[in-house]
Design a protein around this ligand. Sequence first.
Ligand code: NAP
Length: 309
Amino acid sequence: MALLFHSQVDDPLAWRDALIRLDPACDFRIWPHCGDVRQIEAALVWKPPQDLIDALPNLRLLINLGAGVDHLLSAPGLPPSIPIARIVDAEMNRMMAQYVLLATLRHHRNFGAFERAGRLRQWDYIHPRSAADRTVGVMGLGQLGSTAALELARQGFQVRGWSRSPKALPGVLTFQGEDSLHLFLSKTDILVILLPLTPETRKLIDGAALASMPRGACLINVGRGPLVDEQALIEALDSGQLSEATLDVFNVEPLPPEHPLWERPQVLITPHLASIALPESGAVQVLDNLKRLREGLPLLNLVDRKRGY
Ligand code: NAP
């Protein structure tokens, strides 16, 4: 059983080495130089091109090189019978929690304001607030969101979280379902978006949602760009409803040079890298799923296609 690899951002050789170190018999192929495609039964991919999917007559498992599967679910021609697994990894959760903590602290401790003042050689004193005086709201309490929420709580922030189904996390006030969205947002000073992109969550953060947050709130989007109405985001930044934003994901990536978000000094832009699948830790579960596939055992970390995540 051969495993095909494709990603434009992940290093194929690092994945090959990590997999072969654990299983020297692993038949690892790299798209598009992958030999006899009939031997390929599993693919480890990030944003695979359509011709890759079309070229594999015996594909039995797609493993997504990351947590978000929206790009796979929207790919035309992906047979519904092929299961999609994703990488679920403590190291990936930690990397995301670190990004979220860094961005939260940067907003909380006014570092953006100091960077802007520094460029003007201005000594602008802003009296610090304690973390206990700041409420951080995390949307999405799955693998990534719950790890980030717990880390924020550990740092002393008032943390609230929002998800589809009820959750119990120590130190986190939880809300669930659409009916509680505005209540959840109404006291959220710093909003962290860690939802998957589905038909239900697309543009969930629109003008009305932003308006229901306290004036001067901050937004950190590490989920997917289309979760937020970008025009409403720009208007909220320009009106002062939002004071700052940290954005890792966008409607169009790479963000085009002429995009108005680049011109907003209160916005920090990072190029979609808040967290990645790491070969060293991810290889174990890739091999585990291949073994399960061979032996006809239940696969791990499967995506619920109907739910969309
Ligand atoms: P996950 O484990 O599947 O968790 C998703 C969470 O979102 C769950 O808590 C789920 O609620 C909640 N949710 C889904 N639909 C909802 C809805 N309609 N209303 C309320 N809550 C809803 O996903 P994850 O591994 O934490 O990843 C989350 C997302 O992060 C990914 O889908 C991806 O888009 C993004 N991501 C970004 C990067 C980056 O580098 N920027 C890296 C990795 C992932 P339930 O718990 O009730 O099901």
